[in-house]
Design a protein. Structure first.
Length: 178
């Protein structure tokens, strides 16, 4: 499986989180963006301003004025988006012979979160046994667990480590295990 990378937006949001959630806007010049490890479309000051505007418009960051200076501050929505992006990076460990089973019962009014959870599980190499039961030979990564806690979903979820299963040949074949 090819290793996935964070998008430029996710890298930027992750960088904001890493430095404490606040960044002085005057620091947002292309050389600083390159130093942060964000490359791609952000090559000019205008493209950086455009990206900042778009992140503000989507509600991921907000501009704050303090002591005649302008700062960018990550919002809760931006923090969750960065965390979700990191949670989508699957981790491939050597199989320890145990299955990880994720079961959930999320209320209908939280349908969007439930769909996001299903997508996260599939991206982390979990296979659906039923609509709300997923299985994988590998554990969820830390960021996925942290996302579930911060999104308030963890109380609707049970994660089990299963040592024995009656017939798991089809699952072993699906995951390419011996």
């Amino acid at each position: 499986m090819a290793k996935k990378t964070l998008t430029a937006t996710s890298k930027f949001l992750t960088y904001l989180i890493a430095i404490g959630g606040v960044l002085e806007q005057s620091l947002l010049f292309p050389k600083d963006i390159k130093r942060m490890g964000i490359t791609g479309q952000w090559k000019t000051a205008a493209s950086v301003r455009s990206a900042v505007y778009e992140l503000c418009r989507r509600g991921y960051i907000k501009l704050e004025d303090k002591n005649a200076k302008r700062f960018l501050k990550i919002t809760r929505k931006g923090e969750m988006e960065a965390l979700f992006a990191k949670a989508l990076l699957p981790r491939q460990d050597k199989w320890d012979g145990k299955w990880r089973l994720v079961m959930f019962d999320i209320p209908e009014q939280a349908r969007e979160k439930r769909d996001k959870l299903r997508w996260l599980l599939k991206k982390n190499n979990f296979f659906p046994l039923q609509a709300s039961v997923f299985i994988s030979p590998y554990a969820l990564n830390r960021e996925a667990i942290l996302f579930l806690k911060r999104a308030g979903l963890i109380s609707y979820i049970r994660i089990l480590k299963v040592e024995e299963m009656d017939d798991d040949r089809d699952l072993k074949k699906h995951f390419g295990l011996k």
